[in-house]
Structures are given as C-alpha cells and as structure tokens.
Design a protein around this ligand. Structure first.
Ligand SMILES: Nc1nc2c(ncn2[C@@H]2O[C@H](COP(=O)(O)OP(=O)(O)OP(=O)(O)O)[C@@H](O)[C@H]2O)c(=O)[nH]1
Length: 596
C-alpha cells in the first residue's frame, strides 16, 4: 500500500481537468500518442460534445518517480457541474488527496470552492495546481491570492503548469507521491470495498468501480452486497489503464472495477459496501447520501405508438443512471407518458437528449417543476412533483417550496447585477464578502426560480464571470397558486404551473403572449387563456390561417411544393395534438423563457 496514491481532480468546468488528466496518463505511458484520442476520459459522446464530464471514471497508472520507485497512481475522475456535485463527494471518498486545478487566467470559481471544502472535510490533502500558464493573461500571483482568500487554502507551494504544453506537469506527479499519503489500513482483516459508481455495460452487465479499503477481491469470490443482503459471484476484476485490464485481484488500497453479473445498477448501489459472503465484515463503510431528484418533468412520446419504446428506453437508461427516477403518468391533454425526476436541469437535458439520439424517440417535455410539500387540511403532507395533481384549494392548508442556499462568486464590477438578479428571483441575502479580487455573495433562493433560467441569467449579467454552487436548505410555506392554461376553453393539464401569488398575473400574461407566438396558426382562431381557478388572468388569440401553404406556390414547381410539404411534416414531428389544436414542443417550455 506504501506505493499506492489515490487522487481526484477538483476543477471548475473548462479549467483544464481533462487536459491535465490526459497529460498525466501520457507521462505515465498509459497510452501511446496514437492511442491518445482528443480526450480520453470524457467517453460518452454527449459528454464529449458538451465538453463536460458527468460520470466518474478511474485510471490506474504506473509512475516511475525520481526516487527510483514505481508508484501506482489511481486517478478518479469527478464531474464539474453543480447538478452532479454528489458524484464529486463519492469520488473524493475513495481518495487520500486531490488536485485543485485553477485556471490561472480565470481564478477560483464557486463550484471548485464547494468541492474543495468537501475534500478538506473528508480529510484529503489538497494540492493547488495553477493551469494554463502558457496564456498571456495568466496571473499566477493573483490566482494564488485568490485561492488563499476565497478557499482559505495555503497556496504558497501551488504548482504552476500548462496542461496544454505539458510544462511542469511532471512536478504535479512528484507532488502527488510526496504530498498525498498512501492509503491507510483499516482495523479489520475482512473485505470491505466501497462502491463508488456502477454502470451498465451492454456486454458485461453491471460494472462497479470500487475502492478496496481492506482485504482483497478475486474472481470466483462470493461477495455480499451489505445493504441488500444479496450475494453474487465475482466474474472478473481489474483496472482501467485507461484500457480495461483484467487482474488476478484487487487488493487493499486499490481502486478498480469488478463485474459480478448483477443485472441492474440497483443491485450494486453506489455507496454500498461489498464484503465476502463466507467471512463478512462486521459493519459496512460509511456510505453516501442518497440523492433525491429535485426537478420533475413529464416526458410524452409525440406518437402514442412510441409509448412502449419510451418505457423500454427509460428502463435501459436507469440501468446506467441511478439518479434518474420515472413513473407512468397519464395526462388528459398528452395521453400516456412518464413523470421523470432529475438532479437538475442539465441532468434533465442530457437524459432527454440521450432518449432522442440513442433511442430515436420524438418526445414532448413539459416544463420542469420542483417538488413542493403540500400540507393538507386533514393533516397529511404530500410531495407534489406535478402541478396538475395539486389537490383542490379547499383541501390545502399550505404549500411549501424548496429553498436553497446559493454561493455566488463574481468579480466586483458585476456584484450590482448579481444582487439585482437574486432580488428579482425572490432571494434573501445572507451575506456578502469581499475577497481578494472576487466577491462572494450568499443568497437564499427559491429553487423554483433557479430552475427557470437562473444559470443563464447569471452568466449573462456577469459576462460569463460569475459562478455559483448551491445546496438545498429547507421547505418554506408561501402564497402559491396554480396557474392553468386553457386552449380554446379546455385546460391543458400539462401546462399548469405553480407560482408565487405575487408573480402569478405577470407570469400568466407573459406566458399567453409567448404561446401566441409559438402556436402556429390553424384553420380557426385559437384562444389562449391563463387562469387561477375560475378567474381568467390573461388571454390572447392566435388568428386563423387564411391561405394554405401550397397556394403560395403559384405555378407548377413540383420540387418546391414537395419541399414545402416536407418542411411542414418536419415541423409536425414535435407537435402534440391537444383537442383540435396542434401545440409545438416550444410552447410547452414557454414558461421557462417568460422572464426577460
Ligand atoms: N492555453 C491553455 N489551454 C488549456 C490548458 N489546459 C486546458 N486548456 C484548454 O481549456 C479548455 C478546457 O479544457 P478541458 O480539459 O476540456 O476542461 P475540463 O476542466 O476537463 O472540463 P470538464 O470536462 O467540463 O470538467 C480546452 O479547450 C483546453 O484545450 C492550458 O494549459 N493552456
């Protein structure tokens, strides 16, 4: 164990974590130049396209250090986006140390602050690394001062590097072996292995990434999943180099994969402890907080025939993604679909994109909503994830909404804008602190407001410089009402939303106005109304269409006609027939965009 080092990299999106990881892999000879794809670790195509890391992965690398010894470096990747911060704490708990990568031209960002605190709380040795020193705008001293002021971490021996050119990266490796301690043995001789991640592989079934804390795992072992009490036979164990490599065993202190023909990820729950069935450990390792979906939306197939295919696709996705939740939902307007729960907006977008791309489904997504607590007059409390299901007002004692605490870091010149934005979103200021070159603003905010468009707005009011991190704090009662949308007099349940009383009129008005622009003209007038109970608070009309499309093509240009019809068909793909009116996907998401 003396020669093992387990580490993670904490970095804000785009600060160069993947590039640095690739360099490290290259220096350790994990892959030849030719095998080095643009970026090895982001290996899901959607991750690669969006350039963000989602799932934790790991690599084991041999490193021949200056002291002549060969160390085994196990790097456990962490995602960089707020939606996935629970995955960060998972990866960290398998490590003894972490590199904090800060873009020397950008400075510290909120997400890395939160993750860095998690690492320090878990007792990890954190090594600051200043990246992108090849850039003319890089300011090493300023970045150091910021790390000290904002995070409170000693940055005097921070390592300046360029992951791009490779400059000084070898010093990072030396720091890993000298500054990060080797794994410590535990006071039991029985197997304890922590499941850091589980995912579904089409060929192998469930593969789990584990950190062996004590004992060892070999193929053929009968292992016990401590929380479920189920036993499984281990087929194979090994590490990623980053190629998958089988080994004879995984020993104490090591991080690697195991494969035990478990059928779905719920059979090997993340955070659980594996032990030997014949000689079990007395107690499991401390696990992780289970993650709760915070954002819910309805997913409906455009064509009702696709319902079984959608169910199958969701089933498959859940094999990979234990954080995703779904159950059947039927809507008067939309027919049969699923109510799905996600960690946050990015998670939702990624799932939706995968369904459409990998499973070739055309879907209508309803506007995402947070989970409200509804206290009924009979004393029961419901978790309400669907505005359409809100009980009648006379049965409701109070509605409570989730409140988050948001930490925002911004350069001084944008503080005014950031505060204005938070206030507009019903925020309550907790504190404001001036730190070196940045300002840390802490606000209590309703999650519902953050779900709408907060991240985009924050970026736009700060020219992309502000960053934020948040955690759920509590539920708080308030005057909430349900705003319904009526199309030609019929309530469209999938368009209902819960809003704060004081915002209801404005939201209602903006919503019908926006929908008017989004719903295409039909053969008849379409009335769009917003209502609270029986009271109409806003209305607008989509005027009837007078000509049909083909009438425009005077004369006989057949190909042009064909093209037009094709175009119409394309447009139809993402529409849902509600009563006699066709509503396009954008209209269902209009509520997200109402704030100007
Ligand atoms: N000039 C310069 N650019 C760099 C350096 N390191 C990374 N970059 C660039 O910065 C961008 C982001 O780098 P990534 O490594 O993809 O960032 P990341 O932190 O892994 O991002 P996530 O995967 O989203 O967490 C890329 O365009 C890199 O080419 C560096 O040392 N110098």
């Amino acid at each position: 164990m003396e020669l093992i080092r387990n580490f993670s990299i904490i970095a804000h999106i785009d600060h160069g974590k993947s590039t640095l990881a690739d360099r490290i892999i290259q220096l350790c000879g994990g892959l030849s130049e030719r095998e080095m794809e643009a970026q090895v670790l982001d290996n899901n195509p959607i991750e690669r396209e969006r350039g963000i890391t989602i799932k934790a992965q790991s690599v084991s690398l041999p490193y021949k250090a200056r002291d002549g010894k060969t160390y085994q470096l196990n790097f456990i990747d962490t995602p960089g986006h707020v939606d996935f911060s629970y995955e960060v704490s998972r990866s960290l708990s398998a490590c003894e140390g972490a590199l904090l990568v800060v873009d020397a031209a950008q400075g510290v960002e909120a997400q890395s602050v939160a993750n860095c605190y998690t690492a320090i709380e878990q007792g990890l040795e954190v090594i600051p690394v200043l990246n992108k020193i090849d850039l003319p705008t890089a300011d090493i001293e300023k970045a150091k001062a910021e790390i000290e002021a904002v995070i409170g971490l000693d940055a005097s021996d921070a390592i300046p590097v360029s992951a791009k050119t490779g400059q000084n990266v070898i010093e990072v490796l030396e720091a890993i072996i000298h500054r990060i301690p080797p794994p410590k043995p535990r006071d039991t001789d029985k197997l304890q292995a922590l499941i850091i991640d589980s995912w579904f592989d089409n060929y192998l079934g469930v593969v789990s990434l584990v950190r062996v804390m004590q004992g060892e795992i070999r193929p053929g072992d009968k292992i016990l999943v401590m929380s479920t009490g189920r036993t499984h036979l281990v087929d194979d164990v090994g590490v990623f180099t980053p190629k998958r490599k089988k080994l004879e065993r995984l020993a104490a202190g090591e991080v690697g994969w195991i494969n035990a023909s478990i059928k779905d990820v719920h059979g090997a729950p993340v955070g659980d402890t594996l032990t030997h069935a014949g000689k079990p450990a007395e107690e499991p390792l401390p696990g992780f907080q289970t993650m709760q979906p915070r954002v819910f939306a309805g997913l409906f197939p455009v064509s009702a025939d696709d319902y079984p295919a959608l169910r199958e696709a969701l089933d498959k996705l859940r094999l990979n993604d234990a954080a995703m939740f779904f159950e059947p939902e039927s809507s008067e307007a939309m027919g049969f679909g699923f109510r799905c729960g996600f960690l946050g907006m990015l998670h939702m977008e990624i799932v939706q994109e995968r369904l459409e791309r990998e499973y070739d489904l055309d879907l209508i997504t309803t506007a995402p909503t947070v989970v409200y607590e509804v206290a009924k007059t009979d004393g029961t409390v419901l978790d309400m994830d669907n505005p359409a299901k809100l009980p009648p007002p006379q049965q409701i004692a109070e509605i409570r909404e989730p409140i988050i605490v948001a930490n925002i870091l911004t350069p001084g010149e944008y503080v005014g804008n950031v505060i204005k934005l938070c206030e507009e979103k019903r925020g309550v200021q907790r504190s404001i602190q001036y730190l070196a070159t940045q300002v840390q603003v802490t606000y209590e905010l309703p999650l519902a407001e953050v779900v709408l468009d907060f991240f985009d707005r924050l970026k736009s009011v700060s020219r992309g410089y502000a960053s934020m991190d948040y955690h759920l704090d509590r539920f708080e009662a308030g005057p909430f009402v349900r705003v319904d949308v009526l199309i030609n007099g019929d309530r469209v349940d999938a368009l209902s939303l819960i809003v704060h009383r004081s915002h209801a009129e404005r939201r209602g008005r903006e919503l019908v106005e926006r929908m008017k622009d989004l719903i295409p003209r039909q053969q008849f007038d379409v009335a769009i109304q917003a209502a609270i109970g029986a009271a109409i608070i806003a209305r607008s009309t989509v005027k009837a269409l007078r000509k049909n499309v083909l009438a425009k093509c005077y004369g006989g240009d057949v190909s042009r006609k064909k093209k037009l019809l094709e175009k119409q068909k394309e447009g139809k793909k993402r529409m849902k027939q509600v009563g006699s009116v066709e509503i396009p996907q954008e209209a269902f998401l209009a509520v997200l965009k109402v704030d100007k």
